[in-house]
Design a protein around this ligand. Structure first.
Ligand code: B1M
Length: 210
């Protein structure tokens, strides 16, 4: 559609204000939050990723686009989270140590919130000790780890070891994800589940806890 294409285009150009306004407009026109997310925001971010990979744009442009993505997500957040039911379960999530990517992690957090989970978001660059502390403090049923770099995904393995050593591994189910993470990797490191995207993360979470 025109408006979703426009959202993608403005996101690519890094116009946070336009993205925010168009996101609201698309919702007002009757597009579902899911449609706006996939057909507008994520589509624009994928174009950013392609150009970044091809060295046609650089980190500053990507950061500006990421800020525009956040502006759009702020508008969507209440819609995605609009269920108002009792929390299904508690979910601790974070991006692993050394990794500063948070857009995908935030999306997973939002979708989980939307599905009725109570979400405790530890942010980015989260060391094992911080995950462990959060498990002890919040007693979540589920822990999620996000990694976007091939150099940081190995942290997932380290974290699982640390959970074991701290004696908290058996208290929680662990779900992992992020662009370089695969089902195969999740199996190898002994995570309980893997999800390729934010919507499947919700399904996987329910499956793991079901
Ligand atoms: Co970075 N970066 N980046 N970057 N960046 C990638 C990931 C990269 C693939 C780009 C490329 O070269 N093609 C590449 C990684 C290469 C690799 O390791 N294989 C890369 C690189 C190299 C880097 C730097 C090293 C660049 C540099 O400085 N030279 C640097 C590292 C910084 C660091 O982390 N220490 C860096 C920096 C950055 C920015 C800061 C500029 C910015 C991040 C801003 C931010 O997050 N606030 C950035 C961005 C935006 C990207 C790309 C363009 C987009 C990532 C994104 O947000 N995608 C990315 C290229 C790309 O992916 N196309 C790239 C949209 C998001 C919705 O998708 O995060 O995959 P994603 O999340 C999905 C799923 O993966 C899944 O659900 C989400 C929604 O569907 N998912 C989960 C994610 N977490 C999950 C957890 C789950 C379940 C599912 O369970 C818990």
């Amino acid at each position: 559609s025109d408006i979703l294409d426009q959202i993608a285009k403005e996101l690519f150009a890094g116009n946070a204000k336009a993205v925010s306004e168009l996101t609201q407009k698309a919702l007002d026109e009757g597009f579902s939050p899911q449609e706006v997310l996939n057909g507008g925001l994520i589509k624009g971010m994928n174009q950013v990723g392609e150009k970044f990979k091809a060295n046609e744009i650089y980190v500053p442009e990507v950061l500006i686009a990421a800020r525009a993505m956040k502006a759009g997500m702020e508008v969507l957040k209440p819609k995605l989270a609009e269920t108002g039911v009792e929390p299904v379960a508690r979910f601790v999530i974070g991006t692993v140590k050394g990794d500063l990517h948070d857009i995908g992690k935030n999306l997973v957090a939002m979708m989980m919130e939307g599905a009725g989970f109570e979400v405790i978001d530890l942010g980015i660059d989260v060391p094992a000790e911080k995950f462990i502390q959060a498990i002890k403090e919040h007693q979540p049923q589920l822990v999620g780890m996000s990694a976007l770099l091939t150099t940081t995904m190995i942290q997932i393995r380290e974290n699982l070891k640390a959970f074991q050593e701290a004696g908290v591994r058996d208290q929680v189910k662990v779900m992992v994800g992020g662009a370089p993470v695969t089902q195969k990797f999740a199996d190898e490191v002994g995570a309980d589940g893997y999800a390729p995207d934010a919507a499947s993360a919700v399904d996987k979470a329910k499956e793991l806890l079901g």
